[in-house]
Write a protein that binds this ligand. Sequence first.
Ligand code: E4P
Length: 219
Amino acid sequence: MKLFLDTANIEEIRTAWSWGAIEGVTTNPSLVAKEGRPFKEIVREICEIVNPGDISAEVVSLDAEGMIREAREVASWHPNIVVKIPMTKEGMKAVRALSQEGIRCNVTLVFTLAQAFLAAKAGAYYISNFVGRVDDISSEGMDAVRDTVNMIKEYGFKSQVLVASVRHPMHVIEALRAGAHACTVPFKVLEQLYQHPLTDIGIQRFLADWEKSGAKIFG
Ligand code: E4P
């Protein structure tokens, strides 16, 4: 399963990349707005840092014609860009046209198996299945992920299931168990994935024993 960072923050991206943890970055209009810098500048910088890697950048038009125009522009900024298109009828019209001309599309704001089915049919490269926002309204977001992974396998679609709207490490674990192709996580969740109290205790004990023994690596 590919792991992506869900942010437009350059510091977080540089750090995660240095840890060897990520194979891409997903942004959205809200994440870009938080950074207060030009969209193109941010996306191009991310593409330079996380390379090789898939970098998702979203269009904002609501009609297919506008989405296609924006997608062609965004895709021209770097070959690693995947254009995010929302799950609407106009969006799927745009995905059909863009995928036919070789522009990879990440269909975003997918919540159900039905929506994922339509995204796959339109030619989505990634299907961003949001889990946290479903959990937030007292439902089980991971159900649609499991169903979509099965659908992709059963019917031989080429789309990849990208688990998004991740809130905590268990979402990542469940994404792995479901057989998702990719999962995008906020920086905080990435940090949490490394942590275990027994790891910290283990390191302390090893170092205490080493100190007492007077053993050395050099000299
Ligand atoms: C997906 O690519 C989105 O950027 C993201 O995962 C949305 O997450 P949120 O529900 O925490 O805003």
